[in-house]
Design a binder for this molecule. Structure first.
Ligand SMILES: NC(=O)c1ccc[n+]([C@@H]2O[C@H](COP(=O)([O-])OP(=O)(O)OC[C@H]3O[C@@H](n4cnc5c(N)ncnc54)[C@H](OP(=O)(O)O)[C@@H]3O)[C@@H](O)[C@H]2O)c1
Length: 305
């Protein structure tokens, strides 16, 4: 089968399509023929090792010293169950599934074998493969950070979402709406239309106004783009307000996040924001685009028709 191999850390050109062996599912695994995956900021970070100082050393230890130990990157997939191990009871051949692999990576590939009890579910009934895969990365990250900020514990919260047009930001808007939060979103003037389409009325343009000087206060500040420190935002926080940032901590994955995303998508409360779609052969171009840090929502990689 074909897969995208990360041959070393570096620019998008280090990603090369190669022939590798097709996995054989173990007893409790399903073999998924991948239809779509996504090129996310997380994949670009692993590929480029674009982190500062000590973190670079930590990442090399975790991911591999001179190149990724798991050379097939990608953490999200949607596709069809092609075969299964003899202990699999949750899925049948032909099921349309979507899921996330976290630090196991491996989705920039034509096939993946995953355990039936891992983070995999039947796709939302009303989703295309592209939509299903596009809601996962930003969605699970937004859920993780907003739960950390205790969004589930109170009602009528005022929340400020910074970086509202990225994969995480567009998802955060929709998760916050689900929790009936009163949302103010920070984006550039270019991103206004998208954020308004996601139903936000209070929109601040960071290219026109220094929002950190506002006198308004918020219960939660979520820096979804990880560029504004707590100190910079401290005047915007209520006395018991909580600040969370994608720059602080890792958004671990779990099946509840995937279940919630599926439920919200099926109820029409969550939509997939897809900026561009590339083919597997266009992987370098896809990563170049992700590297610009200007994408609106998500970049999908179509693996097969
Ligand atoms: N800790 C974790 O576990 C975790 C998980 C996921 C992501 N992350 C990190 O979270 C960050 C966001 O991820 P993402 O996937 O959402 O990124 P992304 O999709 O690449 O974000 C791009 C968006 O950010 C906007 N943007 C760029 N600079 C901005 C600024 N100064 N203020 C407001 N908006 C700005 C851009 O719009 P304009 O060009 O119009 O400004 C663009 O729409 C990344 O740094 C990623 O590495 C961390």
């Amino acid at each position: 089968m074909k897969a995208v191999i990360c041959t070393q850390y570096g620019t998008p050109e280090v990603l090369q399509i190669q022939e590798v062996s097709k996995p054989i599912p173990k007893d409790s695994q399903i073999l998924v023929k991948i239809v779509a995956t996504a090129a996310n900021s997380g994949d670009a970070r692993v590929r480029s090792l674009n982190v500062k100082g000590f973190m670079k050393f930590v990442m090399r230890l975790v991911l591999g010293i001179s190149k990724p130990r798991k050379p097939i990157l990608g953490t999200v997939f949607s596709g069809i169950v092609e075969s299964k191990g003899n202990k699999v009871s949750k899925f049948k051949v032909g099921d349309k599934v979507f899921g996330m692999t976290g630090f196991k990576f491996g989705t920039y590939s034509e096939y993946i074998a995953v355990n039936q009890n891992s983070n995999v579910l039947e796709m939302p009934k009303n989703a295309s493969y592209e939509e299903a895969v596009a809601i996962i990365f930003g969605g699970h990250t937004a859920i993780r950070f907003l739960e950390k900020a205790r969004i589930t514990e109170k009602s009528t919260l005022k929340i400020l979402i910074i970086g509202a047009t990225g994969s995480v930001g567009t998802a955060a808007i929709q998760v916050a709406k689900h929790h009936s939060a009163n949302i103010t979103a920070v984006c550039s003037s270019r991103g206004h239309k998208l954020v308004a389409e996601l139903g936000v009325k209070n929109i601040v343009h960071y290219d026109k106004e220094d929002f950190t000087r506002r006198t308004e206060k918020f219960d939660i500040i979520f820096d979804a783009i990880g560029k504004y420190g707590k100190n910079q935002c401290k005047n915007l926080l209520n006395k018991n307000g909580v600040y969370v940032s994608t720059n602080l901590g890792y958004a671990s994955e779990n099946i509840q996040q995937l279940k919630l995303l599926k439920e919200l998508f099926e109820k029409g409360e969550f939509t997939a924001t897809i900026d561009r779609t590339f083919t597997m052969e266009e992987i370098v171009e896809a990563h170049r685009y992700v590297d610009t840090e200007r994408k609106k929502g998500n970049v999908v990689l179509k693996i097969c028709e």
